[in-house]
Design a protein around this ligand. Structure first.
Ligand SMILES: CC(C)(COP(=O)(O)OP(=O)(O)OC[C@H]1O[C@@H](n2cnc3c(N)ncnc32)[C@H](O)[C@@H]1OP(=O)(O)O)[C@@H](O)C(=O)NCCC(=O)NCCS
Length: 172
């Protein structure tokens, strides 16, 4: 299994994997509104290939919770023929290891029974754009205590900032 950063050449194959793994209309989900017009965090977009065949992929986007920068984990998907082999866990752990300590906190919208094993817990006071079930809004501190006192609306990385100060996709 080879793990590497996603390149431009991987993009459409990863999109096809997401189409296969998620329900139709995935791009209507509120989390996609936070990705519109914002480049992903390239070093944290990873693909796993087995003898060339795409087995799994993960992407991350930058967001702001109130004024605090955070990573939005996802989408993450494992090809149906490769699920249950630990690839999802491998990608999530590897991305978090690469993200810290530059990024202090990561969040997602997903199943707590799955993401709990990676240290994700329900975030109270963190509001995703509607409609989102608050029980599925989960966070993990990459630096101890990074979520304490962080609350408010989750916004696109560039929202509320003048264009000249939007800058590269890096935590502040
Ligand atoms: C969810 C997904 C990424 C997990 O990847 P994976 O490589 O299959 O999972 P892993 O091998 O790392 O872990 C397998 C374990 O996770 C559990 N698991 C998988 N999906 C789960 C879910 N949605 N809720 C709870 N547990 C889940 C399995 O039951 C298994 O449990 P076990 O270790 O006790 O046997 C993958 O199944 C997938 O792509 N699913 C479709 C797309 C999707 O739902 N993405 C996540 C969006 S929130």
């Amino acid at each position: 299994m080879q793990l590497h950063e996603e390149t431009e050449r991987d993009w459409w194959e990863v999109e096809a994997l997401y189409d296969l793994c998620f329900a139709p209309g995935r791009e209507a989900l509120s989390s996609y509104r936070l990705r519109d017009g914002v480049p992903p965090v390239a070093p944290l977009c990873l693909v796993a290939r087995d003898r060339g065949a795409l087995a799994a992929a993960i992407r991350h986007w930058p967001v702001r919770v109130g004024a605090a920068p955070a990573l939005l984990l996802g989408p993450v998907a494992v090809h149906p023929t490769r699920q249950g082999e630990g690839l999802g866990g491998l990608l999530i752990r590897e991305a978090m290891a690469r993200a810290a300590p530059e990024w202090e906190r990561v969040m997602l919208v997903g199943d707590a029974p799955y993401y709990g094993r990676f240290g994700f817990e329900r975030l109270s006071g963190v509001e995703m754009p509607p409609p989102t079930n608050p029980d599925r809004v989960l966070g993990h501190a990459l630096v101890p205590g990074a979520w304490s006192g962080v609350a408010g609306e989750v916004r696109r990385w560039c929202d509320g900032l003048p264009p000249e100060t939007r800058g590269p996709i890096l935590p502040e």
